[in-house]
Unconditional design. Structure first.
Length: 589
């Protein structure tokens, strides 16, 4: 029944209500997906030197020009293209502590997800399919959501890709989009060197536009001459925009500097290796699926397919080349998928199904952290050498210490400027040192010469997961072969790190007083466990040291394991102890 011109049939929704509800549901789900993706405790080894750099920039109102964090590369020119993001990290940490870092990760995930979803909808995908693709891509990239300036690349690369593709498809009136590309590129280049992707993506799009023009045999249409001109102009604009940074054209030398630093084959950086198939099977499945979709789109004559294929080839090649680029591949993927494939598929994926996939992905990410991570918005426990840094601060003063590269950032955070480090994660700054390390790692004479040349008096060393095989066929550990007992005393050990001190020199008395009878790295690898363990057959010095260690640090898992092996656990006192230290990782400075 009706009553007047303004009445409606019962059960009929007002115009625009369904799209509005769909948009609201999608927005809420994207927010929750980003929160779930960011739900991992801070674990980046480089976090701490980024924070220290941001603090120095804020204090001095200037960007660094040369290294001052290490005693081995001090004065070497440093092109810090991450300075603006480091400043953001410093402000976030100062204001909120660890949750501030989580907020930056959430922002990157949200920006990538939102850009991808909007691009999918504009390409013709239904809301359900759009949410499904975005959710799966966020799951794929989340292991790269760490506390590093790479977050800027994950957030900005999809936007640059979307703007460039829009120029290829709709080349008329390009001015505002070119200005947006220029602005994004300027912001990006001052946050992360991944900004080099901007002109690369635009050039790939221009190449695709040219290929499409030749394939169609015409200079008109979305893949025609206008699209080629607009995308070529985008490549030029972004390339010039990257020069707007404190270091000018040196940005273009970054890939060469990193390649030179990582050239030695025996210095394996897991970020820069090709992703193993068994560890990243989902990536290979996705790349294979994209290749099939690209082939189908090209065969169907999709007008914009050539530009999208070119971008997809570039990002897929980067992801298959190194683990470091997997995050940006998944961030860009929703933007470059093919409308010809999305429209029919989108009709078969209802909104409810997309929400279900998104919700399942969010629950999975919230409950299951990425490999090597811990859930939460704080600092990953037992990852950084906090206790070792406490020992160094209390006993080794201004000593020059060798340190593993992964510990360099944290030791900078704890000790700079009073104490500088041997090495940290800035590969291009330490290129010469990395070459020296590569030559010396397997040569005891060169190793001793390297440490002597830099005046090394101690070392902060982490545990390796594999034993070292010697020339005579026997096995040992990294610490035993590089810091042998005849020259070095193990003065401190815990679950994360060991501290060695030279037996000769300024700290000879400390070495004699704290010399450990235990070889914890060998024990962890099963090389130091007795065949028939018992307290009665064990060396008395080892037993006493285990007891002392657990009295000082009752939470030490390694010491507990040793006590269990020797059967002495019940007799060990467990007093309450706490640690203090400047720049402790749990709170802002």
């Amino acid at each position: 029944m009706t009553s007047g011109g303004g009445s409606r049939s019962a059960g009929t929704a007002p115009a625009g209500t369904a799209p509005a509800r769909t948009a609201a549901a999608a927005a809420i789900l994207i927010v929750l997906l980003a929160i779930a993706a960011a739900h991992a405790a801070a674990r980046s080894w480089d976090l701490w030197w980024h924070l220290e750099t941001g603090e120095q920039i804020a204090a001095s109102a200037s960007v660094p020009r040369a290294d001052d964090f290490s005693f081995t590369s001090r004065g070497v020119p440093w092109t810090d293209h991450e300075w603006l993001f480091q400043l953001l990290m410093h402000w976030a940490w100062t204001a909120l502590g660890p949750p501030g870092l989580a907020l930056l990760k959430w922002g990157a995930a949200f920006a990538a997800a939102l850009t991808g979803y909007v691009a999918l909808r504009r390409a013709g995908a239904g809301a359900g399919l759009g949410l499904t693709i975005v959710a799966l891509c966020i799951v794929g990239l989340r292991f790269r959501l760490t506390e590093r300036p790479e977050l800027a690349t994950i957030a900005m690369a999809p936007a640059v890709a979307a703007l460039t593709l829009s120029l290829a498809g709709r080349p008329s009136k390009p001015l505002l989009r070119l200005l947006a590309l220029a602005s994004l590129s300027v912001l990006w280049v001052n946050m992360h060197a991944g900004a080099l992707l901007a002109p690369l993506l635009a050039a790939a799009c221009a190449f695709g536009a040219a290929a499409g023009m030749l394939r169609r045999g015409s200079g008109h249409g979305p893949a025609g001459l206008d699209g080629l001109g607009a995308t070529s102009l985008a490549a030029l604009v972004t390339a010039l925009a990257l020069l707007v940074n404190p270091y000018g054209g040196r940005i273009y030398a970054v890939p060469l500097e990193i390649a030179r630093a990582l050239a030695p084959q025996n210095l394996l950086n897991p970020e820069w290796v090709s992703p193993p198939l068994l560890k990243f099977p989902f990536l290979y499945v996705v790349v294979a699926g994209c290749a099939a979709l690209a082939f189908a789109a090209l065969r169907a004559g999709d007008p914009g397919s050539c530009a999208r294929v070119a971008m997809l080839v570039v990002t897929s090649a980067l992801a298959l080349w190194s683990v470091r680029h997997i995050g940006v591949f998944y961030a860009i993927l929703p933007v470059v998928l093919f409308p010809a494939a999305l429209r029919p598929a989108g009709r078969r994926v209802p909104m409810l199904a997309g929400c279900a996939v998104g919700a399942a992905a969010g629950v999975f990410m919230f409950l299951v952290p990425p490999g090597g991570a811990q859930s939460g918005f704080g600092i990953a426990s037992s990852r950084f050498p906090e206790a070792a840094a406490d020992f160094v601060a209390g006993h080794l003063g201004d000593a020059r210490l060798y340190n593993d590269v992964r510990f360099g950032g944290y030791l900078i955070w704890r000790g700079y400027p009073e104490r500088r480090v041997f090495i940290d994660g800035r590969n291009e700054v330490h290129a010469r040192l990395l070459a020296d390390l590569a030559a010396a790692l397997d040569d005891a004479r060169l190793w001793d010469e390297l440490l002597d040349r830099h005046g090394v008096e101690g070392a902060v060393v982490g545990y390796r997961d594999e034993a070292v095989r010697l020339q005579d066929g026997s096995v040992s550990t990294f610490s035993q072969t590089h810091f042998p007992k005849r020259k070095w005393a193990l003065a401190h050990w815990d679950d994360v790190a060991m501290v060695f001190v030279r037996r000769e020199g300024r700290f000879a008395d400390l070495a004699a007083a704290r010399d450990s009878s235990i070889q914890p790295e060998a024990f962890r690898l099963g090389l130091g466990k007795p065949e028939q363990p018992s307290a009665s057959t064990a060396d008395e010095a080892i037993l006493n040291e285990i007891i002392r260690k657990l009295a000082d640090d009752p939470d030490c898992t390694l010491a507990k394991s040793m006590a269990s092996v020797y059967g002495i656990g019940e007799s060990i006192p467990t007093p309450e102890r706490g640690r203090t230290g400047s720049h402790a990782p749990g709170s802002p400075p």
